[in-house]
Design a protein around this ligand. Structure first.
Ligand SMILES: *Cc1c(COP(=O)(O)O)cnc(C)c1O
Length: 287
């Protein structure tokens, strides 16, 4: 693959450079492409089945579904019970993943945790289990390639930013690029939870800087200030996701001053349902 390009944008009087990993592939974009790179390079006859679990709006789920579709692997995805509305949607990650052949299995909430931990117990050699969000040590190899591209871009910048879910991307990027500062922020859970998830993969290096917003935000909830940032970013002609990017940019605007290279992690298929929710909310409050 060719190196993904780098764009330059203005946001609130600041310059940001954007590593356009969103342009890599529509379903398999951004850090999901990087994290799943090893799986994508794996020969189709090595596995017959991939198992994963997590949220049904997940970008990782869609990325895995897209790989399994290409490789003709069966893909089984476990989640807690989901509502009828998501099942009936004809857009978004869940719909697209099902179209790509994903088999979805709902597990009763009270059994979910035990069920998920039992998945790894009886795997045959043709089945590969990917932990939620693609948080796997194999992610290192794809992220090393991203790191090499960043180094070779010869931008005069020594600070990078990427928002965290599992923290896998930020962690491996920081390990691969010790001469850079890597800013991240926890979008799912708090800093403690993020550190726990990262520590399961490796020691956390010092150049990884976890920034926290002044206010506490909950994942996938609606915040007018996030929608504002999303719309401002849209005027730069680049669409960002509505779950992770707005919070990361907000924190960067609040807490940093230097020029930063932001890793665009794709994930914009979830935007449509988020935008619908924002518009409903605006109508409700008569904005
Ligand atoms: C998955 C995802 C992240 C979080 O990546 P982690 O490696 O799990 O921290 C950030 N941004 C977007 C758009 C994503 O899809």
């Amino acid at each position: 693959m060719l190196h993904s390009p780098i764009s330059k944008i203005d946001l609130d009087m600041r310059i940001f450079y954007i590593k356009r990993d969103d342009l890599i592939d529509s379903f398999l974009s951004g850090n999901k492409y990087r994290k799943l790179y090893t799986l994508l390079q794996t020969s189709a006859n090595k596995y017959s089945k991939i198992i994963s679990y997590g949220g049904t709006q997940s970008n990782a789920m869609l990325a895995i579904a897209s790989i399994c579709h290409k490789k003709k692997w069966e893909f089984i995805y476990y989640s807690k019970p989901i509502n009828k509305k998501i099942k009936e949607q004809t857009f978004g990650n869940f719909y697209l993943s099902k179209k790509l052949g994903m088999k979805h299995v709902e597990i009763e909430s009270s059994y979910y945790k035990d069920y998920v931990s039992s998945l790894r117990l009886d795997l045959d050699k043709n089945t590969f289990l990917l932990d939620q969000g693609g948080a796997n040590k194999l992610a290192k190899f794809g992220i090393d390639i991203l790191a090499k591209e960043i180094r070779e871009s010869n931008l005069d910048i020594k600070s990078l930013a990427t928002p965290s879910g599992t923290g896998t991307t930020a962690l491996y990027l920081a390990l691969a690029l010790p001469e850079y500062k890597i800013y991240t922020t926890p979008c799912v859970g708090d800093e403690k939870y993020l550190r726990q998830q990262m520590s399961a993969l490796s020691d956390i290096p010092e150049n990884l800087i976890i920034l926290q917003a002044k206010k506490k935000y909950h994942f996938a909830k609606l915040y007018p200030e996030f929608y504002e940032i999303y719309k401002k970013l849209l005027t730069t002609k680049i669409e960002f996701d509505l779950l992770y990017a707005p919070l990361m940019f907000k924190v960067l605007l609040e807490k940093t001053e230097e020029n930063i290279l932001y890793i665009h992690s794709g994930g914009i298929f979830g935007n449509k349902s988020m935008i619908n929710r924002y518009k409903n909310k605006e109508r409700q409050y008569g904005k």
